[in-house]
Design a protein around this ligand. Structure first.
Ligand SMILES: Nc1ncnc2c1ncn2[C@@H]1O[C@H](COP(=O)(O)OP(=O)(O)O)[C@@H](O)[C@H]1O
Ligand SMILES: Nc1nc2c(ncn2[C@H]2C[C@H](O)[C@@H](COP(=O)(O)O)O2)c(=O)[nH]1
Length: 215
């Protein structure tokens, strides 16, 4: 069970695990939650009524899909902030709300993209965001392998070009986050070299690095 974390009241650890589809976010967030006895906020995926249609026809379904993800994440972020962050309780989430912009900049264009971004900023600009980011990066081959292993039907015909583009979008977004928010701690894990599932020592190393950043 959990080893517990020390933290500062004024800067409650709000940890986000991020990375492209299939990188291992949900897996690592659950492992860290268990290890440190922290609550874990998990993103809502299967309940999204547009996800099937989106993967069949992105041009027709992107706006509905992005709006659904945004509204759900906004609600979850508000609740997370109220329940944990503002009460000085550390929490780990398997996403950062800014992933909405990473995806929408790839899937939306023109007026719809402008409208979406305005709504994103109206909803989220005044809310606290994660102050620790664990970024899992992985090659296209690794991601495709893990997506196949997870076996969600709607992801099985994913265009590798879309996934490769997301890998690059995530790299750009992380480097822009580092420039924009130097106070956010970013821990990067290369999933092609580090296997926190099979290799206990490698997980312990991530946990100990996180613990250093928490105290
Ligand atoms: N280090 C790993 N080695 C092997 N398989 C992994 C590893 N991390 C995650 N997986 C598997 O890969 C799939 C995707 O992981 P998941 O945590 O759901 O990714 P994400 O939340 O980033 O989309 C799952 O089937 C999971 O069990
Ligand atoms: N177009 C978008 N797709 C998204 C978004 N958030 C998640 N997703 C997709 C990607 C996967 O198929 C699935 C779950 O994502 P994981 O990375 O957790 O596996 O949902 C989004 O904002 N826009």
């Amino acid at each position: 069970m959990g080893e517990g974390v020390g933290y500062m009241e004024k800067n409650t650890p709000f940890i986000a695990v991020e990375g492209p589809i299939g990188a291992g976010k949900t897996t690592l967030a659950a492992m860290l939650g268990e290890h440190f006895a922290l609550p874990v906020v998990k993103e809502i995926v299967e309940e999204n009524p547009f996800i099937d249609k989106f993967y069949q026809n992105m041009d027709d379904w992107s706006f509905q899909l992005e709006m659904f993800f945004l509204c759900n994440r906004y609600k979850q972020l508000k609740e997370t902030v109220q329940e944990y962050v503002m009460s000085g309780k550390p929490v780990v989430s398997d996403y950062h709300i800014f992933k909405n912009l990473i995806f929408s900049q790839r899937t939306l264009t023109g007026a719809e993209r402008d409208k979406y971004e305005q709504i994103y900023h109206i909803l989220t600009d005044d809310l606290p965001k994660p102050n620790i980011m664990i970024y899992i990066k992985a090659s296209l081959e690794t991601l495709l392998h893990r997506i196949a292993k997870r076996g969600r039907p709607f992801e099985q015909d994913m265009d590798p070009g879309y996934l490769q583009q997301l890998i690059e979008d995530y790299e750009a977004a992380m480097s822009s986050l580092a420039d924009r928010e130097p106070s956010t701690i970013i821990m990067t894990i290369d999933a092609n070299r580090v296997d926190f599932v099979q290799n206990k020592n490698q997980f312990e190393e991530i946990a100990s690095q996180l613990k250093e950043n928490l105290s």
